[in-house]
Write a protein of this length. Structure first.
Ligand SMILES: Nc1ncnc2c1ncn2[C@@H]1O[C@H](COP(=O)(O)OP(=O)(O)O)[C@@H](O)[C@H]1O
Ligand SMILES: [Mg+2]
Length: 150
């Protein structure tokens, strides 16, 4: 478990850009944290680091937004997913188990469907502009090229 202190939105941007730049594809990042923690902002900054040109925003009325790039980014926001079973009924699992990068807000909603190799980032709001990031992974060897850089 790594703990990182972020003191401003600019530091969050630097962090997101840096890890996005390390992605090769087939990474799944689960973002935990309350509403307003900064999950969507971090997603946007990771997307920038991956070279995604589209503007990444909160997928308010959709569960999944797909951004095309050298590596595609699948941005899931499961806040409004009512049943875990809906996730594969609607075919979202096809995207999750691909060679794209997946970033998932509210991954708690599909606990039983998550891939086995994931990176988990818990964002805690410590003040208006400060955040603590708790970073862990289910497969430290696989994600070594990311973990050693943060
Ligand atoms: N260091 C920071 N990192 C991320 N967001 C921050 C930070 N400081 C302030 N904010 C603000 O917090 C809010 C986070 O919103 P958002 O990313 O939509 O959160 P979530 O997706 O977790 O609900 C935004 O209004 C953003 O400007
Ligand atoms: Mg959000």
């Amino acid at each position: 478990m790594k703990k990182i202190t972020i003191n401003s939105i600019d530091e969050m941007k630097d962090f997101g850009n840096k890890i996005g730049n390390l992605f090769k594809g087939s990474e799944t990042i689960c973002l935990y944290g309350d509403l307003g923690a900064g999950k969507t902002h971090l997603t946007k900054f990771i997307g920038e680091g991956m070279g995604i040109r589209d503007y990444i925003t909160s997928p308010t009325f959709s569960i999944l937004n797909i951004y095309e790039g050298t590596i595609n980014l699948n941005h899931f926001d499961l806040y409004r997913l009512e049943n875990q079973g809906d996730f594969d009924d609607f075919g979202f699992d096809e995207y999750l188990f691909s060679e794209d990068v997946n970033i998932i807000e509210w991954p708690e909603r599909i606990r039983d469907y998550l891939p086995k190799d994931i990176i988990e980032i818990k964002i805690e709001k410590t003040s208006e502009n400060s955040r603590t990031l708790l970073i862990s992974t289910t497969n430290p060897e696989k994600f070594d090229y990311i973990l050693e850089m943060i």
